[in-house]
Design a protein around this ligand. Structure first.
Ligand SMILES: [Cu+2]
Length: 68
């Protein structure tokens, strides 16, 4: 199990955090998603088949790209 916190500048309201939590939770292998409006971050716990790349790709697709 891996837990990673991503910085996501596009988070601007509670709808954003809700969308991220719903969409990322649907990815196979993702165990938990905690998105924070205050920090503009999402902390995601996952296992195979999810990977950092697949999570970042999904976030970019739904318009919440991860800041590098
Ligand atoms: Cu929003």
């Amino acid at each position: 199990m891996t837990t990673v916190t991503y910085s996501i500048p596009n988070i601007s309201c509670n709808h954003c955090t809700h969308t991220i939590q719903m969409e990322v939770s649907d990815l196979a292998g993702v165990q938990s998603v905690e998105a924070s409006l205050d920090n503009k971050q999402a902390t995601i716990t996952f296992d195979a088949p999810a990977t950092e790349d697949s999570i970042k790709s999904l976030l970019a697709e739904i318009n919440y790209p991860v800041a590098e």
